[in-house]
Design a protein around this ligand. Structure first.
Ligand SMILES: Cc1cc2nc3c(=O)[nH]c(=O)nc-3n(C[C@H](O)[C@H](O)[C@H](O)COP(=O)(O)OP(=O)(O)OC[C@H]3O[C@@H](n4cnc5c(N)ncnc54)[C@H](O)[C@@H]3O)c2cc1C
Length: 539
């Protein structure tokens, strides 16, 4: 590895200010087909049951959707209500928090809201987000340009009506954050500092150094706690409840501390459970937090909600590949936005640093496994270099420490000084592009069930661009809160049943699916030899 670092150092000066050309549409199509994990034959299968039957999904996703529900309806008396609320929010990341706050602002008494979270309050992908949040506020920018970037990035598979809302409401989300106390990075003249991200035509990324998610969640959590909205920690939603019309009327919770079930009836239920990184699709490492096991798509599918775009998974191009303790952790895209270049073992450029994530990932995989120009670590991981010292060369000494303090500290703990040395990176499982289909009111196809954030599909099509998920959480989280509150003011909650669980068992039986698997998973399984190896089934 040292020898290769010397080559990177030797070529660095000559690379300053130089770039690799962007791919043409044809090159992009070819590299995706040949090298992106989504295109690998034999890694997916069509769903055999439910309203999205026939949709092609990774085996790992089909496995949890074609599993038995966790609970047996005969063992739980769902008429024995422990909570009876207007709005139940499942998940306490950015989407859940903004939904709960907005439900209260929309006239629901705080006692009429309950938020449940399977880990500690704040444990979420939202808090780990680093690079930033997009919104078209610059003088040369507009929601129309933002719209076009999102659609192009998503391979035009997005629902345009959702994208329009996302782009138009972006600036308002930033104003809302600032009004609550989020401190965004500013230029010396007080204007918003905006940086670039992959696949965008304008600089529109708002940052709080590389702690953006931490800062936003710090502020939202403070607000949530100050308003004294009730919540439960270490409590998982294990099944939704439906009434005799098939509408969602709450959930069955499992208290992990006391090992007891709790029944919540709700007039509106909001799913904000995030993504599925911990399914480790095709053996990839992940950036995601421990609770990202795709529970929301399972819960929604059990009640018959339509899913979409789950054939497309996002691999972030730059996960750490060394040292071993950091493997899979995110190296924010903003590093490339500020000038860090991906280079191969010989110190050569091989891809533009700001291609869309799918194309950038495919190029790195090809460099390592197709052209054999990657670097192999002592534990057998392969990767390419991300030449971070360029950032200080381009923008002046101190830039890395000032703008990428989280990255600087993360690698510094292992005596790697990213101001002086490149870091080794390889794609890592990052984001669930698809999920539960919603409409502009954040309603799913089942009345009473709303969804927001990463659990949803439709906003980002087949490939999310950087910074747009953070925006999505707050645009659709707030919409979910508002429209869930509106519904709660109008309806009476029906009598809770688990009829849909019995129907799901019938679907499994009719499709001839024989399995001992149960879902939602709730927590990932990390026992056994298989999980101790870096098995990348891609290759
Ligand atoms: C390391 C990292 C960096 C990122 N950086 C960026 C970035 O810079 N810009 C950007 O736009 N996006 C970024 N993303 C993506 C973005 O942060 C996530 O997509 C987003 O935060 C998801 O928010 P969410 O509220 O939908 O889910 P989460 O924030 O993951 O919250 C889901 C919550 O639901 C809870 N939950 C799950 N299942 C259950 C259950 N059964 N019962 C009860 N609770 C449950 C979880 O514990 C969690 O608290 C990043 C992601 C990661 C992992």
């Amino acid at each position: 590895m040292r020898e290769s670092i010397s080559l990177v150092e030797e070529t660095r000066r000559e690379r300053v200010g130089r770039s690799f050309p962007f791919m043409s549409m044809e090159e992009r199509r070819r590299i995706l087909e040949e090298w992106h994990p989504d295109y690998k034959p034999g890694t997916k299968r069509p769903l055999m049951i439910g309203p999205s039957r026939g949709m092609i999904v990774p085996h790992e996703v089909a496995d949890i959707l074609e599993a038995h529900p966790l609970i047996d309806p005969d063992e739980i008396d769902v008429t024995d209500l422990e909570y009876d609320v207007d709005v139940l929010v499942i998940g306490a990341g950015g989407a859940g928090l903004s939904a709960a706050l907005t439900a209260q602002e929309s006239g629901i008494d705080r006692e009429g809201i309950l938020m449940v979270q399977k880990l500690r309050l704040g444990d979420s992908n939202s808090k780990m987000s680093q690079g930033g949040i997009q919104a078209a506020v610059g003088p040369d920018d507009s929601p129309a340009l933002h719209f076009l970037d999102i659609m192009g990035g998503g391979l035009f598979a997005n629902k345009p009506e959702l994208v329009e809302i996302l782009a138009k409401e972006g600036p308002d989300v930033i104003r809302w954050h600032e009004s609550l106390g989020v401190i965004y990075d500013k230029n010396p003249d007080g204007t918003m500092k905006l940086i670039s991200g992959g696949g965008t035509c304008r600089n529109r990324m708002h940052t709080c150094k590389d702690y953006t998610g931490l800062e936003i969640i710090r502020v939202l959590l403070d607000e949530f706690l100050n308003r004294e909205i009730p919540y439960l920690e270490f409590t998982c939603a294990v099944e939704l409840l439906t009434d005799d019309k098939g509408e969602v009327v709450g959930a069955v919770l499992w208290d992990m501390d006391s090992d007891e079930y709790r029944v919540v009836r709700a007039k509106s239920t909001i799913l904000a459970t995030g993504g599925f990184g911990r399914l480790h699709i095709q053996g990839f490492e992940t950036t995601n937090h421990y609770g990202a096991t795709g529970d929301g798509i399972v819960l929604a599918y059990h009640v018959g909600a339509v899913l979409r775009d789950l054939d497309a998974t996002q691999y972030h191009p730059t996960g750490a590949a060394y040292p071993e303790q950091l493997v899979g952790q995110l190296c924010t895209e903003a590093l490339r936005g500020r000038g860090a270049q991906p280079v191969n073992r010989l110190g050569e450029l091989f891809v533009h640093p700001l291609e869309t994530r799918d194309a950038e990932s495919a190029a790195i995989i090809r460099e390592c496994y197709g052209r054999d120009l990657g670097v192999t670590t002592p534990t057998g991981m392969r990767g390419v270099w991300l030449d971070t010292p360029l950032i200080d060369i381009l923008h002046g000494p101190g830039t890395i420490e000032r703008e990428f303090h989280a990255m600087y500290r993360m690698f510094g703990r292992f005596n790697i000084d990213i101001r002086k040395e490149p870091i080794l990176v390889f794609p890592t499982l990052h984001y669930m592009n698809g999920g539960v289909e919603i409409n502009p009111m954040a309603e799913t196809s089942i009345p009473g069930l709303f969804a927001a954030g990463e659990v949803c599909g439709g906003v980002h099509g087949k490939n999310r661009l950087m910074g747009n998920s953070q925006l999505d959480l707050y645009v659709f989280g707030r919409r979910a809160g508002r429209y869930a509150a509106e519904r709660a003011r109008k309806v009476q909650a029906g009598r809770p049943t688990l009829n849909h669980v019995e129907r799901y068992e019938r679907w499994l039986e009719e499709a001839g699916i024989k399995t001992s698997r149960k879902a939602p998973l709730l927590l990932p399984e990390y026992r056994g030899k298989k999980t101790l190896e870096h098995i990348i089934k891609l290759l």
